[in-house]
Ligand binder design. Structure first.
Ligand SMILES: *Cc1c(COP(=O)(O)O)cnc(C)c1O
Length: 387
């Protein structure tokens, strides 16, 4: 067993599929069809089937997938500038950028410290408070909450069936950021098929990664689908007829073809991560380290395997001395980024605690034997021995 373990190696990830990927590339090259062709249509039907949705739209990347959903909701008159959008504080910044881009107001939610998903009770309370008149005067709470963006962070579904249904009955639009959780599910329902619309990313490091940028949107809502398709194609609903001031957010046939290859291996990709994660969960036993939790009835696809420890720097150094590379997702939360200086007035102590204590262990292409070896190294870590 190789005891020098990189955090991630995309050449190692893609090597087993090299022949299939090359054949797919050749088919696209020879077809002469590079955009809006059969590979994109096949990807879209694959994703619609996977999520049980009526529509899937291949787009340029995950950030654009989220942007297109919000812009389409605005064009359809369902959201407008000034509306509040509940969103986790401990997410990757790409979840928040599209909210502020359109003048919507992000209302940050603290995480459940064990699952890293949103605190749904807090979401409900913030929504109910935002509906009542008195709060409309209080600074920072003047916004009426109209939408919620849940993020299935690290591949762990963040969903509360009862609270989500209550919010939706009261008109809250629920969007999923499913960039990290393709293949996950809760109570048998796949992520990307839970809310009103969902965004996918196929960034090369994601569980299903393109060899470049790609993304997708899934939804059952035909008006939303049509609006997103138009917006992604210069705002054009038919040739040389532009109903929106749109974008170019197309996916290309080459990336779609690579993804069609990868999606036929989704079960193996997921199983490999789950086997490594199960080995970690079974074998890591060190009082200085907290392990991640999964909601009941959830299938977690382990985009990351995050542990928490107050001795983060010492443990990372110790692992590194033993040939084990780690990473941090995410060291600086969005509300602490320079681009959001003076934007958020709230305090987010749990989010900051996460940012200060998380370590992501290698999870991509890790064998259970390697995970057991890493667990053994973690178990031999004694914080008191390290100053
Ligand atoms: C990767 C990611 C995105 C953005 O996807 P891109 O394809 O890189 O634009 C959005 N949200 C989350 C949670 C992500 O992990």
């Amino acid at each position: 067993m190789n005891k020098n373990i990189p955090f991630l190696s995309l050449s190692r990830t893609n090597a087993p599929l090299s022949r299939e990927l090359r054949e797919a590339a050749l088919r696209v090259i020879d077809s002469g069809w590079y955009l809006h062709g059969p590979q994109t249509r096949q990807l879209e039907s694959h994703l619609a089937e996977l999520t049980g949705r009526n529509h899937a739209i291949g787009v340029s990347n995950g950030l654009d997938a989220i942007r297109l959903i919000f812009r389409a909701l605005i064009e359809l008159g369902r959201l407008s500038a000034g509306d509040g959008v509940l969103v986790p504080a401990n997410t990757y910044i790409a979840s928040i950028l599209p909210i502020t881009e359109f003048g919507l107001v992000p209302v940050l939610l603290e995480p459940d410290p064990d699952t890293f998903g949103i605190n749904w009770e807090q979401a409900l309370t913030l929504f109910e408070t935002s509906q009542s008149k008195q709060s409309a005067d209080k600074a920072g709470e003047a916004t009426k909450i109209k939408a919620l963006l849940t993020v299935h962070l690290y591949g762990n579904p963040s969903w509360d069936t009862d609270i989500a249904a209550r919010l939706q009955r009261q008109g809250v639009i629920i969007i999923e950021d499913n960039a990290q959780a393709i293949g996950a599910s809760i109570s048998g329902i796949p992520t990307g098929g839970l809310g009103d619309a969902a965004a996918f990313s196929f960034y090369p490091t994601k569980n299903v990664g393109a060899l470049g940028d790609a993304g997708a949107v899934t939804t059952d809502d035909t008006a939303l689908e049509k609006t997103i398709r138009a917006l992604a194609n210069y705002g054009s609903d038919r040739r040389y007829h532009n109903i929106y001031r749109g974008y170019n957010c197309r996916i290309d046939e080459m990336q779609a073809a690579f993804l069609n290859v990868k999606l036929t291996h989704l079960n193996e990709i997921t199983r490999s991560r789950q086997e490594a994660a199960n080995a970690y969960l079974d074998k890591i036993a060190n009082p200085a380290v907290a392990l991640p939790a999964i909601l009941p009835r959830a299938v977690q696809v382990w985009h990351q395997f995050p542990i928490r420890t107050p001795y983060r720097d010492a443990l990372r150094t110790y692992l590194s001395e033993n040939g084990i590379a780690t990473d941090i997702h995410y060291a600086v939360p969005p509300h602490r980024q320079p681009c959001y200086e003076n934007t958020f007035s709230g305090r987010y102590p749990l989010t900051e605690q996460m940012a200060d204590t998380l370590i992501s262990l290698p999870i991509s292409d890790i064998t259970p034997a390697q995970a057991e070896y890493i667990a053994g190294v973690i178990n031999s870590f004694r914080p008191t021995l390290k100053k």
